[in-house]
Design a protein around this ligand. Structure first.
Ligand SMILES: Cc1ncc(COP(=O)(O)O)c(C=O)c1O
Length: 416
């Protein structure tokens, strides 16, 4: 399995894409996405384990189609994501909807669609039970396990806004029973980019234990969080080792409970993160005395992770000759904020205006978090297909189109 796009795609091909379709452009590799899906689907062979792809990581419909063809279902966290999957033809039973402060309209809409509803608060569970007696649902619990690549994506800790407190699970079960609602699933998600596999195993233990208090249970969903290495030299998550430790637990649970329960995981980043790069061009090379800056045609409006989480993405100059002498640079975006820095103190070959940079591991939480800040257009998206074609899966809007669409949405009257 290729580790990163740059290991599996020829640099000349990336340069050709940048030349033909311009920059900034996200490029994804279909083969890598398929390989990664297959790795997961085969991980627990013999056990009733299914995989739900976390749509929030990258919701391009062409990628969702590929992932669906690889037999994954979908983990959604908004009514809009539910609708997106439904409009793509995903059967309702393959869509799991973890609500987060949902409205009544969203609840009714999702119930109408028939997707699996997963409630993260007693209040919302109560209103569902009152309005949908005799139905079924899942509940998200908070296992008080802290993990994630950054405090902002640590969702399982004691002070997190997510999930129903563990000690309130019996209350949730009683509430459902009162309205003849079956709690068919329990779920937790402790964080994104888990740093300690042990934490995920502890979460599994906690959910398996909690399952014993829910007699109508059909599935247990352990959430997402499988990490990827962003820095060169960083170790890969030991997936096989994790799976074998998890497998022991799942097998014991099935033996003790008499079976009839299936298990789910919801990876997002692990599937698409390494399979995408963001191509950008250097517009400005600037010596500010203590720092040299490479000014690019993208920014945190297109890849928010460095600004939001101080995340590291490797940045490779794919135009420069490998033999060029090296320099230390800060790679900056074109957004009018000092915090718009994509990489600091990067040792790279001497870089010139017009060089093309590839920002690696940008397939997850890149385009889905992109915005029109500074009223800028969004990047294009290109898929390198299994057959080797370059398929435009999102075309770039021109500056004119971007501004016209904005004006239209505001309703501001502009003379034709
Ligand atoms: C409920 C839920 N499941 C799954 C995920 C996917 O996380 P990751 O991309 O780290 O696997 C997220 C992301 O935050 C999430 O909130």
């Amino acid at each position: 399995m290729s580790k990163k796009v740059i290991d599996s795609v020829d640099v000349d091909r990336l340069l050709a894409i940048a030349e033909k379709w311009g920059t900034p452009t996200y490029v994804y590799v279909e083969d890598m996405i398929r390989d990664r899906c297959r790795k997961l689907v085969n991980l627990f062979s013999g056990l009733p384990v299914s995989w739900l792809y976390a749509v929030k990581a990258n919701d391009n419909p062409f990628l969702l189609e590929i992932i669906s063809e690889e037999q994954l279902g979908f983990d959604t966290v908004s009514y809009e994501e539910v609708l997106l999957c439904r409009k793509l033809g995903v059967p309702a039973e393959n869509i799991f909807y973890t609500e987060n402060n949902m409205t009544d309209e969203e609840m009714h809409g999702a119930a109408r669609e028939g997707v699996v509803l997963n409630f993260g608060s007693l209040g919302r569970l109560r209103s569902y039970c009152e309005q949908y007696p005799g139905s079924s649902c899942s509940v998200r619990i908070k296992p008080d396990i802290s993990d994630g690549h950054h405090a902002k994506v640590d969702t399982g800790n004691e002070d997190s806004k997510f999930g129903i407190r563990m000690d309130l699970l019996p209350e949730a079960v009683a509430l459902a029973r009162q309205h003849d609602v079956s709690i068919t699933g329990i779920h937790a998600h402790i964080g994104s980019g888990i740093t300690e596999p042990e934490n995920l195993l502890n979460e599994i233990d906690i959910l398996l234990h909690a399952a014993k208090g829910v007699d109508s249970l059909k599935f247990i969903n352990f959430g997402g969080g499988l990490p990827i290495p962003y820095r060169s030299g960083e170790e890969e998550f030991a997936l096989d080792q994790f799976a074998s430790l998890a497998k022991e637990r799942l097998e014991t649970f099935l033996e003790e409970s008499g079976g009839g329960i299936s298990f789910l995981f919801e990876p997002g980043r692990w599937i698409v993160g390494p399979a995408g790069v963001l191509l950008t061009r250097v517009n400005t090379v600037k010596d500010q005395g203590r720092k040299k800056f490479l000014g690019t045609d993208t920014g945190f409006n297109h890849l928010l992770r460095p600004a939001l989480y101080d995340s590291w993405h490797e940045i490779v100059n794919i135009s420069a000759a490998k033999t060029a002498k090296e320099e230390k640079y800060n790679v900056a975006g074109n957004i009018c904020e000092s915090g718009d820095i994509l990489g600091t103190d990067r040792i790279m070959p001497e870089t010139r205006t017009g060089d093309c940079l590839a920002i690696l591991d940008a397939g997850a939480y890149g385009m889905t978090m992109a915005s029109h800040y500074n009223r800028r257009a969004l990047p294009a998206e290109i898929l390198i297909t299994t057959k080797g074609f370059h398929k435009v899966i999102r075309r770039r809007s021109s500056a004119d189109e971007t501004v016209d669409r904005f004006l239209k949405e505001t309703g501001y009257p502009v003379d034709a």
